[in-house]
Design a protein around this ligand. Structure first.
Ligand code: BG6
Length: 540
């Protein structure tokens, strides 16, 4: 069984190689799809009674049972302040699992696989405790040592911090002080840390510095669930496994790039969190920058975790400091109608101040100061309560010269777009002009469309499965290194500074259910460009 720990971050191929060397031709050490089985371990979820655990983490574990990635010697230990017995914790999760376990956390399953769920719940136990109290870690340590003996978890521990960010440091220090993070005799100790990782550059640096006193970088798995999405991972395959695209992937051929993460949900019950966070912090330095980094990075020399993460950090570090007064737009939704339903304004949401200046929308224009992208603007936008749910990267290719068509019926050239659709309607589209049948030269925009669902059958997925499994096998490729996080915050810091010091006069400035604020259109119109309308983007 593979229980190796190492001092450097490894990648899937690395783990695969190691497993092979250890005589893992033994099919019992492989999952049905040929991946290495996760090693024996205990996964300890801090925040076991919270929303994230119930909605995403436990459903992801259930899905991992379905794909047979977890070994017999796997145990889950829930830790939370709430006073519960193991039985009560299990029952609570059993009552909600069915509604969260479908694809993308959005659709419920018709039928729960009771055997798989039972397999998982049989492995659950609950430890009540306050993260500020040293006794909690002591009790946890005793419980985990017991599990090593009775369940064969081999001293390997994955601590999942599904807790409010103000507790990240407390929890890591508590674990460190209790000796729970020390890797000895081939046992590994890893910590998955949720977002938000800091709330600006200074706090992210301080958090990195504090946790690096307790952990080595190879033990830290800073999670960004966008990297668990297959379509996000596929950006690398598209770019680097095809001779077709890479030659045009630069300023010679690309006019500009639009990255959109538009949502049709509002802030729902998260007013308290969102008031402190806002759309910029919530989405841009993390999720949206992941899309940017994978789209714009240079080819790494291998899929080793550090090779990939170095290239990602490099491209984010190359973002030119922006002038936020000119290049960033904030928005906040007013009452409106989203997908046929009347919704209230942000300022009327629960736990939101009636005169709140928190943004629920941001658009900005970035320039990447390197050889490949000099002069190619990257426009980013993300917001709540917009017209359609669309996460995509739209790449606009330079226009062909009109010269040849001057004396024809063609009035204008159609733009060429390449669309990487992350969700929904996962796929890739190419839009170009074709001659309309008939005696004269007339053009129409047509599309080539690849949809994942036409080629691949995907297992139900919340996006967390790959990430949790990767952490268990020691593959950090899809996690954020300290420098990735800090580069992301550094790039948005000028916007945070300006917005923090200047109250906006015009909020709310977009109607819920619209394409966003007019000022975001002006951001592109200045250079003769326009956003792709949100309801244009999905072919399916
Ligand atoms: C989360 C944000 O990290 O990502 C949410 O906190 C947002 O506000 C969500 O809704 C978007 O993720 P997805 O997978 O639904 O696109």
């Amino acid at each position: 069984m593979n229980t190796t720990s190492s001092n450097v971050s490894t990648s899937r191929s690395d783990v695969d190689r190691r497993t092979k060397q250890k005589g893992a031709e033994d099919p019992s050490l492989r999952t049905p799809d040929g991946a290495p089985l996760a090693p024996p371990c205990a996964m300890i979820i801090f925040g076991a009674a919270g929303d994230l655990t119930k909605r995403l983490v436990v459903p992801a574990l259930y899905n991992l049972v379905g794909t047979q990635r977890l070994p017999n010697e796997f145990r889950i230990v829930g830790v939370d302040l709430a006073s519960k017995t193991t039985e009560e914790w299990r029952t609570g999760l059993t009552n909600t699992i069915q509604s969260f376990v479908g694809s993308d956390g959005e659709s419920a399953l018709d039928q729960l696989d009771n055997k798989a769920w039972q397999w998982l719940t049989d492995r659950m136990s609950y430890v009540q405790g306050d993260l500020n109290n040293a006794q909690t870690y002591k009790r946890l340590d005793d419980h985990l040592s017991e599990l090593d003996k009775t369940a064969g978890t081999s001293g390997n521990r994955l601590f999942y911090l599904a807790i409010a960010d103000r507790f990240f440091q407390v929890a890591v220090e508590g674990l460190g002080t209790a000796g729970l993070l020390a890797e000895k005799e081939g046992q590994w100790r890893r910590v998955i840390i949720e977002k938000p990782f800091g709330h600006d550059l200074a706090s992210a640096k301080a958090l990195n510095a504090a946790i690096l006193k307790q952990l080595q970088e190879h033990q830290i798995y800073r999670i960004d669930h966008f990297l668990g999405k297959e379509t996000v991972q596929n950006i690398m395959a598209l770019r680097f496994a095809n001779g077709l695209f890479e030659p045009m992937w630069n300023r010679e051929h690309i006019d500009h790039v639009q990255i959109t993460a538009a949502e049709t949900v509002g802030v729902e019950q998260r007013g308290k969190f969102y008031e402190k966070t806002g759309a910029l912090r919530d989405m841009v330095p993390n999720h949206v920058f992941q899309l940017l980094a994978l789209t714009a990075m240079e080819p790494p020399i291998s899929f080793e975790a550090d090779a990939v993460r170095a290239k990602k950090a490099e491209v984010i570090q190359a973002i030119r400091p922006l002038d936020p007064a000119r290049d960033a737009v904030r928005g906040q939704y007013d009452a409106g109608n989203v997908l046929g339903k009347a919704v209230r304004a942000y300022r009327q949401e629960p736990d939101v101040a009636p005169d709140s200046n928190t943004e629920t929308y941001i658009a900005c224009k970035l320039q990447i100061d390197n050889w490949r992208w000099a002069g190619v603007p990257f426009y980013l936008r993300t917001g709540k309560y917009l017209k359609r749910r669309v996460t995509e990267i739209a790449i606009r290719v330079h226009q062909a010269p009109f010269t040849l068509f001057r004396d024809t019926d063609v009035e204008r050239m159609h733009p060429n777009w390449m669309i990487l659709r992350i969700q929904p309607g996962e796929g890739i589209g190419l839009e170009f002009a074709a001659k309309r049948p008939g005696p004269t030269m007339k053009l129409s925009n047509v599309a080539l469309d690849f949809a994942y669902e036409d080629y691949f059958k995907t297992a139900p997925n919340t996006g967390y499965e790959t990430l949790i499994y990767d952490c268990m096998i020691g593959d950090a490729t899809l996690f954020q290194r300290a420098d990735n996080i800090e580069a992301g915050w550094a790039a948005v810091q000028p916007i945070l500074d300006l917005w923090g010091n200047n109250l906006p006069s015009s909020l709310p400035n977009y109607t819920a259910g619209s394409d966003g604020p007019a000022a975001a259109d002006e951001l592109l119109a200045r250079n003769g460009r326009a956003w792709r309308p949100l309801d244009l983007t999905n072919h399916r």
